[in-house]
Design a protein around this ligand. Structure first.
Ligand SMILES: [Zn+2]
Length: 334
């Protein structure tokens, strides 16, 4: 009897441990519990974060990206998959490369996936000035320094993710080439082949204003290996296209008796814990001094109290503003 009772207690534990990777966006396997099985999820450099434009530090080294192979059709079909947490599109073409953007070395794009809400008031993982977008796409890259993504995934700067927001507007004919296959991956574990697309039509390379910070994967195992780039200009899709995600994609398998929509697959905001967020552009109107420009001048002049030094300080401030305008024009002209 004792052995039998013990077995009854042990069986569910064994069954749970056997699955290993159970995590969800709600409930007992929700984000506040992820760290129990994935300790990195309680780290101090986690993602996503709330970005406040006025607190971002303008960084002149954040220049434009170079995208190799993005202007022609990719050389192989892509594979769309519903993994129960998101819809992911694997880029099979290995000749694509991304470089520049203030990041050292090249990065290979391997997949993109989406985070969306049950309605248009939420869905994006990152938040800009308290604004939530209905969807956010992550274009995941790994560093050329590694042979495969598995080697890069837990290394500092091993991954680079380009984040793109979506907003509701006119129908997007380019994304339709991808979204038309959503119904083929309605259920968890479904896959579909997508004919070759032109990547730059999906991610317009003139979206050059971006934020930069160092963070993590936004899903378990939450490795803190990601150079994050968040573009400010949203991509426009229609409300019907947005609703296709909410209505067609299920988090359940085709064999599950209770079908459940896959929505709200975004992680709650994480603390910055002293991390800086940088911007590739001046975050204030160029006619007013940027806090960074003024700050640097203040450091130079903080010991000056007499009128002569104040006059020098004013002239230096004007010079800094002038340089700021020039630099802004240079980096934002594309
Ligand atoms: Zn993501």
């Amino acid at each position: 009897m004792f052995v039998f009772t013990s077995l009854l207690i042990l069986l569910p534990i064994v069954a749970f441990c056997g699955t290993g990777s159970v995590w969800e966006y709600t409930g007992i396997h929700g984000p506040s519990h992820w760290h129990e099985e994935y300790p990195d999820c309680s780290g101090v450099m986690q993602s996503p974060v709330a970005i406040e434009s006025k607190k971002a530090t303008y960084d002149v080294s954040l220049l434009q990206f170079g995208f190799k192979g993005f202007s022609e059709r990719v050389h192989a079909n892509m594979t769309m998959k519903n993994n129960g947490h998101t819809v992911q599109v694997d880029i099979v073409d290995t000749s694509l490369r991304t470089h520049g953007g203030g990041v050292t070395g090249g990065y290979k794009p391997v997949q993109f996936h989406f985070h969306w809400g049950a309605d248009n008031s939420k869905g994006s993982e990152h938040v800009i000035d308290n604004h939530h977008y209905p969807m956010e796409m992550h274009l995941v890259h790994y560093s050329d320094r590694f042979q495969k993504i598995e080697d890069a995934i837990d290394k500092p700067d091993g991954l680079m993710v380009l984040g793109f927001f979506f907003e509701i507007g006119p129908h997007n004919i380019h994304f339709a080439e991808v979204f038309n296959y959503l119904e083929n991956v309605a259920h968890k574990d479904d896959t579909a082949a997508i004919p070759p697309v032109v990547m730059e039509r999906l991610v317009p390379i003139d979206l050059m204003h971006y934020y930069r910070y160092r963070g993590s994967l936004t899903t378990p195992p939450c490795y803190e290996s990601v150079v994050w780039t968040i573009f400010t200009q949203p991509i426009t899709i229609s409300n019907d296209q947005m609703n296709d995600f909410r209505n067609k994609i299920k988090k359940t398998t085709v064999n599950d008796t209770h079908e459940e929509d896959l929505v709200n697959d975004f992680r709650p905001l994480q603390q910055l814990n002293g991390r800086n967020v940088y911007s590739s552009f001046l975050t204030q109107n160029p006619s007013t001094p940027s806090p960074q420009a003024v700050q640097s001048i203040t450091v130079i002049c903080k010991h000056s109290h007499d009128d002569t030094n104040n006059a020098i300080s004013k002239n230096l401030s004007l010079f800094a503003i002038f340089i700021g305008i020039l630099t802004s024009g240079f980096t934002c002209g594309h």
